[in-house]
Design a protein around this ligand. Sequence first.
Ligand SMILES: [Fe+2]
Length: 242
Amino acid sequence: MRIGIVSDVHGNLEALNSTLLFLNGRIDFLAVLGDTVGYGPDPEDCIGIVKTKANLILKGNHEQGIITGNYTAFKDIARTSLEWTARVITSNSLKCIKEFKETAELEDIMFVHAAISSPLFKYILRDKDAMNEFPLLNKKICFIGHTHIPVVYKNKENKIDLIYPDFSGKMEIEIGEGKYIINTGSTGQPRDGFPFACVSIYDTEKHLFTLHRIEYPVEITRKKILEKGLPSVLARRVVQGI
Ligand SMILES: [Fe+2]
């Protein structure tokens, strides 16, 4: 089975559409790892698309913020964009995001937005964070998002290896012995210095994980962010990939 993985779309319709076009014909199953809304200018369209295309949709901390109306855990920019998002999405979409799951499993794979110990909120930022998660992982691989920075943590015999993308922001990893926590980066707001949308494919028969980077019409997204009155720093972020 070829599993496509998209995470942290954050209302970026252009990134989502270009990513799905790329995945067309390349995958058998689509997993969306949360934060489909927040920051970006097209939350309603993005919810509509993932609802139709994805086989599995997880809830992220931004969905949780919209559902609870409690934004105290968010920084100013995130809170402003979430308040805007809550105003523009329809009651149907709100109902829909309430049904998104917090974790999911498929064969020997687990999916979660942030961390196994805290599916919506905890940031896995370094090997020490990952080390605390591996004892909780009953599967071979856990795919995560949340930090918007792609990285692979490999755990074998009490040791953690970190594998980063190459100089083009891409990765191709053969899954071998041990367990893996794989952050697939962000489709709609990458923060690793590459503005290209992150999208991953895991081939369960070949045991091959590939992170692709997709060009998309970012100038359209940038303009929409400004036109809709969202914080201007968000427009700069999508262009610079930071
Ligand atoms: Fe996010």
